[in-house]
Each structure stands twice: as C-alpha cells, then as structure tokens.
Design a protein. Sequence first.
Length: 122
Amino acid sequence: MAARFLKIAAVYFVIAIILGIVMGITKAFAYASVHAHLNLAGWVSLAIIGLIYRAYPQTAKTPMATWHFWLHNISLPVMQGSLFLMILTQTESFVVGTIIGSLGLGVGILLFAWNLWQHVRE
C-alpha cells in the first residue's frame, strides 16, 4: 500500500507540474487553485501518507487503507476535473462534481485518520 500511495503521488506531481508550466506559458493563472490542489492533496499528502504507511506497515494492511486509496484517487480527479471545467467554461455546470469529489476526498481522509488512530501504537 505504501508503494501505491508513493507512485500515485508522483503521478499527481507530474500532472501538477505540467499544468503549472502550461499556466506559465499561456498566462492562464485562473487554474492556480487546480494546480495547488493537485500538488497538495495529490503529491504532498499522498507522498506523506505513503511514508506513514511505510513506517507503520500494520496500517497499510487494513481495508481502511484500501478504501482510502480508492476514494482519494477517484474523488480528487473528479473534484479537480470539475473545478477545471467550471473555470474553463465559466459556468456552474460542474459544481456537483466538485461537491461529490470533495465529499469523497473528505471521507477518504477520515478513513485514513481513523486507521491511524486504530492501528498506530507507541
């Protein structure tokens, strides 16, 4: 599980960097929030979570870790893709996607926190 989180974190890092380069070249800085969320909720958070699962392998073997992985990695693209499309189209048409994605991401993070509280011991 640790390796999964670290590998997917690297994917989000590449996507965020590419978006940042494109934003800089095209001066389309309206997408800065998408860029920031991909970096923080994707690259940074998932890399740290992967390292935590590596440090506490008992947490990586739980169903909560698997549920967190899938909720996070389905919800984050839905949330950020919807936000990107809202900015691109300048409409509220995709707000439902941002809400669903945000809620899914939040549930995934709650599972992660619960997993740590249940399985990490001194």
